[in-house]
Design a protein around this ligand. Structure first.
Ligand code: ATP
Ligand code: MG
Length: 414
């Protein structure tokens, strides 16, 4: 007899089940709850875009664009890319859908994103992000708003302990140019000790070296000059407004004057919530201000600031979550009572009571199932109950049992 081989799950993808799925759902539910408190509007966007959307806005020299994108030619010959992040697609929609009329616009979304990376714990090729953006607001209060939102989310998930907000400014164009020159001088002096990747970055984007994970680069990156000596007074004032706002809102932060973000379009505020509880995958939520992004997509100069967080990484930090057990398990004593049990079950659910039915095996097995499911009540239906339109309602916590008319069942269990 020949057997058909089952195809494997694609490397770096996940089938999220059981406890992992409950953690995942907990993150998404908290995100939805908190975003409503902050009056962010939800948007749903395509999973794929024209490759140019990402290549132009993220920058050709970024890791994401140069090595991590899932790009392919579709049947019509167009170059398509599975989104590696949300911001570029949101900026594209802002321009193509005429959302400028609503600016400033506070948006959130969540869903799968795709990056061709080396899979490991907390790092996947299809993973999921929650994402929040404010487009069309150049004021530092927008940065504060997003950071307070992120901070409240992390506290509501119960994971604030051991998660720190690292904050930096990348300044304005003048600041960046001066800092860049100082970094180039510093890295040139250590050229021989840098990784090959970083030597390549030196010509194109020396700020990236600060972000390198290569152990050869770390000591040199850590000894590099910070940005403070180069901040223009405007850039300094902007950063001070952000930190004052955070202090006023009670958000704890630490300054990391070497923090840069992987993407080309960042200006002013850059931040990362990090933890040491996830090994090498310590970044849980990250973002910043991207005032140059919309222009790089051919739009008018438009300010923007936002963040994204990995749902899986947040989920790994939250305490184990349980699904709520059913309130009632309906137990038909024999198969003769199956249909009346189905009617009782539909009535319970229709009235908003979480309920399940035990229909496999003999009566004893059905009753055991009710217990195992963690239900509060078993609603037992035998021939006598069926004939009198009632159920034997057993409280599985106390062991008490009484007869209740089917018409009164919802009230009895609520
Ligand atoms: P890292 O430094 O870990 O590669 P990143 O700087 O590439 O992160 P961002 O582009 O800022 O990450 O994405 C925001 C968040 O998405 C990260 O803080 C992290 O929680 C999550 N994330 C990024 N890449 C992955 C991945 N491959 N698998 C799972 N989560 C990820
Ligand atoms: Mg990365």
């Amino acid at each position: 007899m020949s057997r058909i081989a089952t195809p494997n799950r694609i490397r770096g993808t996940q089938d999220i089940f059981g406890d992992n799925q409950r953690r995942f759902a907990q993150v998404v539910e908290a995100f939805e709850r908190v975003r409503k408190l902050y009056c962010f509007q939800r948007v749903e966007l395509p999973v794929f875009e024209a490759t140019a959307v990402f290549a132009r806005s993220l920058g050709e020299t970024t890791d994401v664009v140069s090595k991590e994108m899932y790009s392919f030619e579709d049947r019509g010959g167009d170059s398509i890319t599975l989104r590696p992040e949300f911001t570029a697609g949101i900026a594209r929609a802002f321009l193509t859908e005429g959302w400028q009329q609503y600016a400033p616009l506070k948006l959130v979304t969540h869903g799968p994103v795709f990056r061709y990376e080396r899979p490991q714990k907390g790092r996947y090729r299809q993973f999921h992000q929650i994402d929040a953006e404010i487009i069309g607001a150049a004021e530092p209060m927008a940065d504060v708003e997003l950071l307070v939102f992120a901070d409240q989310l992390i506290r509501e998930l119960g994971i604030a302990d051991g998660v720190t907000l690292q904050l930096n400014t990348l300044g304005d164009a003048e600041t960046r140019d001066a800092w860049r020159a100082a970094l180039v001088a510093h890295f040139e002096a250590h050229r021989g000790e840098l990784s090959e990747d970083s030597v390549a970055r030196l010509g194109k984007n020396p700020l990236r070296i600060l972000d390198s994970k290569d152990p050869r680069d770390r000591p040199i990156a850590d000894a590099a000059p910070g940005i403070d000596g180069f901040l223009t007074s405007d850039a300094g004032a902007f950063f001070e407004s952000v930190t004052r706002g955070l202090d006023a809102a009670g958000v704890a932060w630490t300054r990391n004057d070497r923090l840069v973000r992987g993407l080309d379009y960042y200006r002013h505020t850059a931040f990362e919530f990090t933890t040491d509880r996830l090994g090498a995958q310590g970044a849980v939520l990250a973002g910043g201000r991207y005032d140059g992004l919309i222009e790089s997509l051919g739009g008018p100069a438009t300010a923007g600031v936002g963040w994204a967080a990995g749902i899986e990484r947040l989920g790994m930090l939250v305490a184990e979550a349980d699904d709520l057990p059913p309130m009632v398990v309906v137990v038909p004593m024999g198969n003769g009572e199956l249909n009346i049990a189905a009617a009782v079950l539909a009535g319970l659910r229709g009235a908003g009571v979480a309920a399940d039915m035990a229909f496999a095996g003999n009566f004893k097995r059905r009753l055991t199932k009710a217990d195992v499911a963690g239900a509060h009540f078993a609603a037992i239906i035998g021939e006598a109950e069926a004939a009198s339109a009632s159920v034997a309602l057993k409280n599985l916590r106390s062991g008490d049992q009484r007869v209740v008319a089917m018409a009164d069942l919802v009230e009895a269990v609520k």
